[in-house]
Design a protein around this ligand. Sequence first.
Ligand code: BGP
Length: 466
Amino acid sequence: MRLPEDFILGGATAAYQAEGATKEGNKGKVAWDDFLEKQGRFLADPASDFYHKYPVDLELCQKFGVNGIRISIAWSRIFPNGYGKVNKEGVEFYHKLIDECLKRNVEPFVTLHHFDTPNALHSKGDFLNRDTIDYFVEFAKVCFEEYKGKVKYWITFNEIWPVCCGQYITGAFPPAIKYDLEKAIQSMHNMMVAHAKAVKVFKENKYPGEIGIIHSLEYKYPDRDLEEDRLAAELEDAVSNKLLLDATFKGEYSERTKYCIDRVLKANGGTLEIQDGDLEVIKEASENNDFLGINYYQSSFIREYNGESDIYHNGTGDKGTSVFKLKGVGERRFDKDIPRTDWDWLIYPEGLYDMMTRIKNEYPNYNKIYITENGMGYKDDFENGIIMDGPRIDYIRRHLEAVVKAIEEGVNVKGYFLWSLMDVFSWSNGYNKRYGLFYVDFETQERYPKESAYWYKRVSETKEIL
Ligand code: BGP
């Protein structure tokens, strides 16, 4: 199986998970700073010290055939309080980082929001407060202007559903609210308005390059061949996938999506407020997305569930402890006869294939797809600098095969970014859930290529999925 010649084989990072240096360069706070400190398990410092080590990581990219990188710009480095005066040090840092990418022939794909709203705005309601929409668009515009000519690929948001779900449903993300579906869905809509407004600014000003959005798209399968389970799967799909895909590519919520969302909100109490003008701007942007980023790790099998919400987030890698039952939606089953990681993530590449072909059929104006995250969280063993991560290689191989199969079916997929380039910290799991091609010793900040890095290099050189 071969990848196309012009395929980007990249690695992904995110500012807060990689940079460290949370108090350097006049950076403003994000909600995670206090949240993690209070939780007391781990902090975002040192992370992978990418703030200082990025030249090393980009050199590794070049050596190992990684020809694309996802980075994100921390909003709180550009505007420490979310808006107002631009922080020159922050602007400069990203100039240097982007220049280094270009020097190493590693194409930067730049995300503007990766779970890290500045705390000054987060504490006033984050995207539930509509002022945040305007401040985000202002921040986006400053970045488009500043880095034009250098950055070709822009991404407005990384994963709207997971961030809203973490903030307001599982409570694993600050402000740690649980089971509030009204807030989650409202915030998703508001973030889609922000995306649409940023796309409008980008296109109206004719900035060079392309713009898109990243959605985390897990396929939702009915657990059993029963009408009740089919409905439960459809409801979870509507909340986590269809609401966002409809807004992105149809520029409206389809009748069936509205029915599902209303039903879920009714069961949980709450309504979705759509303000005048929201749907117009969403509609306009839906014709202007240059690409869709898909983050894909797992799929879910859903069963009918009629009780109260009950979620246990397995954030330690204690296999078999996950619980996810959502009132008015359904229950995810983790006990399937399908391999899963220690964090109970079902390894199911078929779901990626099904999702890509679904996008092609249901949202034909998607233009092109990049798999912007995929990878395996694993407790790597480090023995004298050698890291044999065979299960990760197998995971990547199977997902790349799903990509090639989709390309053969006519889906326009142009690249794949492994999460993560080097080990970074995981938001709700900490430092022992490693994903990188390069092992990071978080004490010394030394990097060590894993077996998967050598494998990835061979794939990049030969284009063959070995
Ligand atoms: C995605 C995020 C990434 C990353 C990844 C792995 O949702 O975009 O930031 O963290 O998932 O998830 P986790 O760290 O929870 O294992």
